[in-house]
Design a protein around this ligand. Structure first.
Ligand code: KIV
Length: 270
């Protein structure tokens, strides 16, 4: 049974998100442009300008070739459209290879957009990078489990947390990111027992995607959840609308009406 939640009326801050742990599930979606960001404004606590835009916006096969310039451009658009959600810029592959490089690139995110945080993929091995950013007043959302930027080095998208050793390793990752100052962690593509263990082990919120129902919040890619991305549909994606069907039907009607000269009728004519 779903409940009707009231619209969000106040600007969401890092403190808002921290306080929600254990109290109220946190909602996050991705957005890449101002028009959709405007639709999501006041409806979700967080908007992630994900590097998934490389696939869902640019039409590439994976996220690996996304650039900092692209992420900044799309984050500016999202910030123009949405005023209330906490907006996070996803740092693309190769932009946080060391603490210095990360600091340089993440500083651009703060200087050139009004995003309130950046997201970084990686566990304990990247904790020093997260620390370098948080120590320099840049808020960081961690990302562990299945990490799309590791696609080639991992040899595919692999579900994590299938045995106790891996669950322990994921919990260590989460604790390292928490100690490094991350304000929350995206937990992607893990067995639900693993997500539960991670969520219980740390005091900062976990945001799940393909991680079951025990995380502190959920995130979905907007083009997946509204049925626009048709290349493949992972098991965890619930479609809350069939956008592709809607557009195809509308476009067919437009085409038919132009061909038959039904459009533009007097109503649409000066
Ligand atoms: O890039 C993205 O959209 C993401 C989400 C899947 C969490 O990282």
């Amino acid at each position: 049974m779903s409940i009707h939640t009231p619209k969000i009326e106040k600007k969401v801050t890092l403190a808002t998100i921290s306080k929600m742990k254990g109290k109220e599930p946190i909602t996050m979606v991705t957005a890449y442009d101002a028009l959709f960001a405007q639709l999501f404004d006041g409806e979700v606590e967080m908007i992630l300008v994900g590097d998934s835009l490389n696939m869902s916006f640019l039409g590439k096969e994976d996220t690996l070739s996304a650039t900092m310039d692209q992420m900044i451009y799309h984050t500016q658009a999202v910030c123009n459209g949405a005023k209330l959600p906490l907006i996070i810029l996803d740092m693309p592959f190769g932009t946080y290879t060391s603490a210095e490089v990360a600091l340089q690139n993440a500083s651009r995110a703060y200087q050139e957009t009004s995003a309130q945080a950046v997201k970084i993929e990686g566990g304990k091995e990247r904790a020093h990078i997260v620390e370098a950013l948080t120590q320099n007043s840049i808020a960081v959302l961690g990302h562990i489990g299945l990490m799309p930027q590791f696609l080639r080095s991992d040899g595919g998208y692999k579900i994590r947390g299938k045995d106790q050793t891996d669950i322990d390793s994921l919990v260590e990752d989460a604790k390292a990111l928490e100690a490094a100052g991350a304000f929350a962690i995206v937990v992607e593509g893990v067995k639900s027992e693993a997500a539960q263990a991670i969520t219980q082990a740390i005091a900062i919120p976990t945001i799940g995607i393909g991680a079951g129902n025990s995380t502190d919040g959920q995130v979905l890619v907007w083009s997946d959840m509204f049925g626009f991305f048709e290349t493949f549909k992972p098991k965890f994606v619930k479609q809350y609308g069939n956008g592709a069907k809607l557009v195809r039907e509308g476009l067919k009607t437009y085409r038919d009406e132009v061909k038959s000269r039904e459009f533009p009728s007097d109503e649409y004519t000066y």
